[in-house]
Design a protein around this ligand. Structure first.
Ligand code: PLP
Length: 353
């Protein structure tokens, strides 16, 4: 048997392009925040003694877990911190989906879920969203080995109300239900109030979008203590020290600046609404967004053509060449000025059609 037979074969997740941001390039393709992190983070960077780096960091990122627990009104033992929510979600898949029944998630959702399922050899089934891209609660009332729902969903931007999440939970006492709240700060309804009642609920969050920390890599999960303990056991079986000391300190500083956080989000939401309106005037349909991006389709011009044109004009948006969504563009909300340039470019291009 050739040694190559022993190599694990995986089809990796493909993230959005990361072009060098130079000159007039506008990057609206990976849902990053256009504003810098809180000024308190800058102070924390200046205050952190380099001596700190000599020692291993706290294994549970305790200062950050504590800050997040206090922020959300939970116990420290109910918070698990990881290197971005991708790390947290991957650990959740490995920890919570060790059964034989298929894990369920929508056909159109964060495209990392099936990659982790394949990597860890977890059986899974994807359930189609409705024609108007909604998740049907009834689809999740069948035997399963776990459920994953992104709420708001990506890349559709659509949020489901809290009773929808509760309906899924009441029907699935025997499965772990993960709610990926990567975008919840931009207008979704959090499942946090359900944590007390449902011991099988896991909520994941990220600092990458609403806290302008994509490059810092911080994500976390909130759940019952027994589930957090299970996550830590798996993590400690791979790599105890995932969170570096700088990320822990800067994360605490970010959580410490609620007014800045609120202000930044309000700006993005206002820009989102303005942009959606301008896109509609140009003949686009935008799904109702509760996120920091719009999912838009033009009535005459194919999405791929617009995508290619925008790229030639140094504006990067995301296009998924996938069934059902290959006539949509996912457009991250940038600053007002960036969105004005996007609209101007689109207007110019569509006038030639
Ligand atoms: C961005 C994103 C994540 C991962 O974010 P990290 O940068 O790894 O924290 C997870 N889920 C969804 C739905 C996302 O859009």
């Amino acid at each position: 048997m050739p040694y190559t037979d022993n190599i694990r074969k995986v089809t990796p997740y493909v993230p959005g392009e990361q072009p060098k941001v130079t000159g007039d390039l506008i990057k609206l393709n990976t849902n990053e925040n256009p504003y810098p992190p809180s000024p308190k983070v800058k102070q924390a960077i200046e205050a952190l003694p380099v001596e700190t780096m000599r020692l291993y960091p706290d294994v549970t990122a305790a200062p950050l877990a504590k800050a997040l627990a206090a922020y959300h009104g939970l116990k420290e033992e109910q918070v698990f911190v990881g290197v971005g929510s991708d790390d947290v979600l991957a650990t959740c898949f490995l920890t919570f989906f060790a059964g034989k029944k298929p894990v369920l998630f929508p056909d159109i959702t964060y495209s990392f879920y099936d990659v982790w399922a394949e990597l860890y050899r977890i059986p899974y089934e994807t359930l189609p969203l409705t024609e108007d891209f909604r998740i049907r609660a009834d689809d999740y009332k069948r035997e399963n080995g776990g459920i994953v729902i992104a709420n708001p969903n990506a890349p559709t931007s659509i949020a489901q109300p809290l009773p929808f999440i509760e309906e899924i939970l009441t029907e699935n006492h025997d499965s772990i239900v993960i709610v990926d709240e990567a975008y919840v700060d931009f207008g979704g309804e959090t499942a946090l109030p359900l944590l007390k009642k449902y011991k099988n609920l896991v909520i994941t969050r990220t600092f990458s979008k609403s806290r302008s920390f994509a490059g810092m890599r911080i994500g976390y999960a909130m759940a019952d203590e027994t589930l957090i303990e299970a996550l830590n056991n798996v993590k400690f079986s791979i790599n105890s020290y995932t969170m570096n000391c700088t990320a822990i300190a800067y994360g605490v500083a970010s959580v410490d600046d609620e007014p800045y956080f609120k202000k930044t989000i309000a700006k993005i939401v206002a820009t989102r609404e303005k942009t959606a309106e301008a896109l509609r005037e140009l003949g686009f349909t935008c799904l109702p967004s509760s996120a920091n991006f719009l999912f838009a389709s033009h009535k005459n011009v194919p999405a791929e053509e617009i995508f290619t044109y925008l790229k030639s004009r140094n504006i990067y948006v995301r296009f998924f060449k996938k069934p059902r969504i290959d006539n949509y563009l996912r457009i991250t909300i940038g600053t007002d000025a960036q969105m004005e340039r996007l609209i101007a470019e689109l207007r110019g291009f569509l006038e030639t059609k």
